[in-house]
Each structure stands twice: as C-alpha cells, then as structure tokens.
Design a binder for this molecule. Structure first.
Ligand code: GLC
Ligand code: CA
Length: 563
C-alpha cells in the first residue's frame, strides 16, 4: 500500500486575504493566520495550504506575483512568515505554499524589463509575437474573457496571458527562466516549507507555432484549452523540476490540472513518474457546466449518476498506481453546501453528508476555509460589491453583448469565485469577527448565525463532525488505504461505496438529496457485524439495514471486521 505521510494527512486551505485580519485594515494577513492556529489544531488538520502570499499588486489576489522571494506587504513581512512557519511546526502542522509558475505579475521586474524593448535580454522571458492581419497573433480565448494576447504599444507586439492581462505567461522554452524558477523553488524549500500546490501547472507548455483553434462560429476568440493544457512537454519540465530540486526534500506536491481524466492524470502522479504526488482534477467541477468547454458560467443541473461515474473512475484508475486529491470547494469554486447540498433547509445535514463523502474516499481530503462551518454562497445585489477579476471581466463582456443585467447577476450568484472569498465568519460580532475595520469584500449576511464561535459551542455542529472525521482517519488505516468499490450504481439518489483493506471493510452510505429513499444492504455486508463509526443523524434503535428509509441528506459510515 506504499504508505506516505501526505496520504494520511488532511489539508486545510487558507485564502489569506479573507481568513483573519490582525490590524484592522480590512485585509487578512499572516498574523491573523497565526492567531487562528489553535483553532486549526483543534480541528485536527495537519497540513495548511496557504494561497499565494508573495509580493503582488493583487489584481488576482496574489496569483500575480511581482517578487517570488518577498511577502505581500498587506500580509506582513518575511519575519511574520518565518514565525508562522515555526509556530505551525511547533504544533506538528506542515505548510504547503501555493506557487504560480505559469505567469508572473506585469509588475514583476522581469516583465518590466521584457516589455521595455525588443532587444532587452529579458525579452524572451515571456511570450511575445507580432500581430496578424491587424489583430492578435491567434484566436485563443483567455480564462478571464477576451483574447489571450495583449497589444503593447511600446514595441508594437503582443504578449500572451492565459489569465488576466496583468498576468503575462512565462516562457518555459527559455532555459534561463527555468533555472531562475528552479532556484526560487529551492530557496523556499531551504526555508523548511513542506510542500507546494503548483498553480495552473497544466498550462506551462503551449502548442508549438501558436496555431489558430477551429472556429466554426466565427467568433473573435475561442476556448482552445487543448492548445495549452497537459501537452506532453509539460511532463519533461516537471520531471526536470523533480530531479533537480524536489527530489531532495520530503515534501508533498499537488498540481492544478484542468482538462484531464484519470488515465491522463497518471502521467503526472503515477508511481515512478517523478513528477507530482497528486493533482486537482476538474471533472466533477464541470458537472454543472452546460458543456465541457463552456466555462463556468452556463449552469445546468448536475446528476448524481454522473458524479458517481466520475469519482469511481478516479478512485479505481489511481488505486495502487497514483494518488487522489479530493475536494468539493476551493477559492475558485462556489461554496460546496450551496452547490451540492441544500443551504436553505438542510444546511447542517447536507454539509456533513458532503464532508463524509470527501473524507471517506481514497485520497487526501482538502477542506476549504469555512467549509467546516457550512459557510454558504453570497448573492450581492450590485456588481459593485464583487471583487474577483474573472467575475468583473465576465460582467463587462456580457453587458457589452447586451445580456440583461438580471441574467448576468444570476450566473454570478451561482458561480462567482467571490462566493468562496467572503471573509471567514469567526463570531456574531460586526464583520463576523474577521476585522475591526472595513473588510475588502463584504461579509456574508448570515454571519450572526453561521460562525466559528457558535460551531465550537455546539457538539452537533459541522465543525465537530469534521473533527470526528479527521480523528477517524488517524485511527483506521482502511480510511486511508482501503480499495474503493461502488455499490447500488444505478441508484439516482443514494451514493454507496465500500473501502476494503485486508480484514477490514468500510461501508459509506450517502443520501445526496432531501427525499427519503430506501437503502438495501448489499449482500456482502452483515448487519450484525457492522459498527457505526459516524453519522449525521442519531441512530434509531432496532432498525433494519436490509431495508432502511434514509433521512434527508443522511450519511453513515460503518466498519465491518471480517473476523
Ligand atoms: C488558478 C488559481 C486561480 C487563479 C489562476 C491564475 O486557477 O486557482 O485563483 O486566478 O490560477 O493564477
Ligand atoms: Ca490586515
């Protein structure tokens, strides 16, 4: 079963700008994180993934780095960072940095030099091309709307940016760039950090020659993800990074890789590939997308059968060959309870059910800040209350196309990344206890009810349920290493799976909806031998598992020992 510490841990993701503000400027910071380490330790998580904290002009909340070896001034200083790392280690926790290797900020000194003239020695650090027929070099569309190319009047050429124009893509064909990035990665590792989440790592390599993508609709730009996602040469680059740098440290790595299925993911995480430990896959995040290439905004209802099919694929293909990263939420996605549960009538049971789902799968579970409180989406009435560059660009593009305001706002309410970026709700005071000042983005109006102080007091809270899930993981190896099998495959409301490790077997029963479907115990389980490990409803005495009516969003996990 090839045991590793990063398989046994639970990761908690912090979005620093929204986590905790220590000095009243309305912006979360490193000292804020420091003040909440006891809270995290109480929850029981052992790895903390902190979203980018490097120096940045913050056009994309730190995913636009202007100095890889300095701290964003709003977040604090390098001394604060060193202290945070020490304090985490003192509590037995590990720190995973979020590193953006695909692009920098347009304010990074490399880019400032690069754009200054065509013969600047750093010109080739980025991707510059001449225009074509009075327009950009090709028709690729940026993730954040519009062309991936930005015209720069200074030299009358275009630079490529897969994300916003403030995030020029680095040129990974340039060995000097690669060396500098390797050195920088090493610099952080020498500080004693414990891992990396590599942002947008699937996109380091672009299709040679930058050809136009097929464009049957004749639109100005087209989503051409296959032109810059998961191309073969990415693996050579990652293997180099591994062999030259990562190999020498006992760390964990996870790559953000959209646009692939489990077989392809093995190219990144397969044992012996010498690349990454795990990747974030997006198949289940696209469940409610109108079509695979349609981006986030066109929403359709999702189906449980599809979710089962996708997750079962990842569970079975990676078993004994690679490792999964399991998540339902992060800083780029809506809140999981609003998206996959019911945040109105069944917020608490559905949040617990979703937690059970993620934590009982094979793979490392990731918790996004506030998920352990059942925090929900927001629906600000005015676009003025939104901050996310992707959301703002989308709004502007749709307004220009004449789409009615109400339709645009509806999509934003469902899918904006700001849903997950409102401040952490610590208590029922003003601004949810996040800041004593004015927060950079509004606090969700439900912070008086949904907050950490309430959750800590209530033994039946979502927080305490998470805590128990984490404790179970530390106690039962079958939760970490057991082999997954799907049961009741065609059931449209209930998701049942088992995990088997030698003599032990887990049975996970999840009612994904508010109906009360009847569950029938699969033949290979014996009611008398089942021990209930956790459930989001009180058990009923004398019930019959052979034919059990489940309650709305009910979740149960049983352990069966063969002996
Ligand atoms: C990743 C990040 C996202 C960011 C983008 C550009 O997708 O998760 O937040 O906007 O990369 O760096
Ligand atoms: Ca602050």
């Amino acid at each position: 079963m090839n045991p590793k510490w990063w398989k046994e841990c639970v990761v908690y993701q912090i979005y620093p700008i929204s986590f905790m503000d220590s000095n009243g400027d309305g912006i979360g910071d490193l000292r804020g994180i420091l003040s909440k380490l006891d809270y995290l330790q109480n929850l029981g998580v052992d790895v903390i993934w902190v979203c980018p904290i490097y120096k940045s002009p913050n056009h994309d909340n730190g995913y636009d780095i202007s100095d890889y070896c300095d701290i964003m001034k709003e977040f604090g200083t390098m001394d604060d960072f060193d202290l945070l790392l020490r304090e985490m280690h003192a509590r037995g926790m590990k720190l995973m940095m979020d590193l953006v290797l695909n692009h920098t900020s347009h304010e990074h000194p490399w880019f400032v030099e690069s754009r200054s003239s065509k013969d600047n020695p750093k010109r080739d650090y980025y991707i510059w091309r001449k225009g074509k027929n009075g327009g950009p070099p090709n028709n690729w569309e940026s993730y954040f709307s519009g062309s991936v190319w930005e015209h720069d009047p200074q030299t009358d050429e275009y630079y490529l940016h897969l994300y916003s124009k403030y995030q020029p893509d680095l040129n990974w064909d340039n060995p000097v760039v690669i060396d500098k990035l390797h050195d920088m990665v090493q610099w952080w590792l020498k500080k004693g950090i414990d891992g990396f989440r590599f942002d947008a790592v699937a996109h380091l390599v672009k299709k040679e020659g930058y050809p136009d993508a097929d464009n049957p609709g004749g639109t100005a730009t087209v989503r051409a993800y296959d032109m810059f996602s998961n191309l073969d040469h990415v693996h050579t680059l990652l293997q180099n990074l591994y062999d030259k740098v990562l190999y020498f440290y006992d760390i964990m790595t996870v790559g953000e890789t959209s646009g692939l299925g489990p077989e392809q993911a093995l190219n990144y995480v397969g044992d012996g590939r010498r690349e990454l430990n795990m990747t974030f896959q997006f198949e289940h995040m696209n469940l409610d997308a109108a079509s695979p290439g349609s981006g986030r905004w066109d929403v359709v209802p999702w189906s449980l059968l599809e979710l089962k099919r996708i997750i079962t694929g990842w569970q079975t293909v990676l078993h004994n060959r690679g490792w999964n990263a399991n998540y339902l939420c992060n800083h780029d996605q809506p809140r999981s309870v609003s998206r996959f549960g019911d945040d109105l009538y069944y917020r608490v049971p559905s949040a617990k059910m979703l937690a059970t789902f993620v934590h009982m799968l094979e793979g490392t579970p990731y918790i996004y800040q506030g998920e352990e409180l059942g925090m929900t989406n927001v629906a600000f009435e005015s676009i003025d209350d939104y901050r996310d560059v992707e959301t703002l660009n989308y709004y502007e593009e749709k307004r220009n196309q004449g789409v009615p305001e109400a339709d645009i706002m509806k999509a934003i309410h469902l899918k904006s990344r700001d849903n997950a970026r409102t401040p952490m709700q610590w208590d029922d005071s003003d601004q949810g206890g996040f800041t004593t000042g004015t927060p950079w983005i509004r606090v969700n109006a439900n912070s008086q009810e949904i907050n950490a102080a309430n959750a800590l007091k209530d033994p039946d809270s979502i927080f305490h349920y998470y805590k128990k899930l984490i404790e179970l993981r530390k106690k039962h190896k079958v939760i970490v290493y057991g082999e997954y099998a799907l049961h009741l495959e065609e059931h449209p409301e209930i998701y049942v799976y088992s995990r088997t490790l030698e003599e032990e077997r887990l049975l996970v029963i999840l009612n994904f909806f508010k109906g009360e479907p009847v569950f029938e115990l699969p033949g290979e389980f014996v009611q008398e031998k089942l021990e209930l490990l956790i459930s989001n409803y009180a058990p009923v005495k004398g019930e019959n598992l052979q034919e059990l009516k489940l309650r709305p969003f009910e979740a149960r996990v049983y352990l069966q020992r063969r002996k």
